[in-house]
Design a protein around this ligand. Sequence first.
Ligand code: KG4
Length: 333
Amino acid sequence: MIILAVESSCDETSVAVTESRRVLSNTVATQIAEHKLYGGVVPEIASRRHTEAITEVTRRAMSEAGVSYEDISAVAVTFAPGLIGALLVGVNFAKGLSASLDVPLVPVHHLRSHIAANYIDCDLKPPFLCLTVSGGNTIITEVNDYTSFNPLGGTVDDAAGECFDKVARALGLSYPGGVNLDKIAAAADEKLYPLPVPHTVGKYDFSFSGLKTAAVNLIHNCAQRGEEVNVPVLAGTLRHRVCKILTEKTIAAAKDMNYKTVALAGGVSANSELREMLGAACKENGIRLYMPQLRYCGDNAAMVGVQGYYEYLSGNVSSLDLNAAATMPINYR
Ligand code: KG4
């Protein structure tokens, strides 16, 4: 079953052609250069650029996959959560394709597709526990089956990616902040930069807004006193603190729930220290850890096609009145 998949939830216009877990093509048109000018994603610009790019990105995906439109069995599309204007471009484009090719339209939840990035070229099968960390979300969820999820906890305020991005901006690093912060981070020094330890009521919940504000205030206070911030050390200290929180809560949940298989997903899964720290902690506890290949960590349509395959098999097919949604729980259905 060959699927044409479309992703436009944020600032990457991506179209892929997939066959079950296999990726035949995965094309991505990134808008980073333009959003960099503003220090973050400007939603209106994102929507316009998706509209301009999507036809050509689709043409390239089809040509690289070496398939024709008659070979396509279904169109999968990210419908939620994300930037509403950006999502609508992909959803409407996918509806047009589905109607003109007369094939089913498969709505795909963005976080489910990030989790599915772990299925590409590998043998991972539910049940397992997954930590999904991106710019807008941070959740620990039980993946009972390919389309059955039980969230155990999540952030009560900011996502870890948002914390990285905003502190990176205050440190003068360019967009996308999280990636650049990871690149320049040096060894942590918690004595030099004592950052607060967030507290949450829920054992598997997260809170990153206090940590973000504390780091930004520290940078501003240094500037007011005319002191220079050691950018790599502060970046490394924040990275270490965030990775430690993510790792400890994930391991605690895995132990409590008796999971011997854990997966990592979302844009922040590309973080070098998180991959290393969670890898070491899983090894220590006899847990098998799956992580997406680096090229499938960020937003891409290949993961949408793979999750779309399982959504289709479970009967999750939509009529042409499908709408996009800015927010949507992972266990919506
Ligand atoms: O999943 P994603 O591509 O988009 C969303 O759905 O949010 O995640 C983007 C987030 C951004 O906050 C970005 O800074 C962060 O992932 N990110 C990283 C790294 N690569 C991407 N954060 C830390 N270290 C990285 N290497």
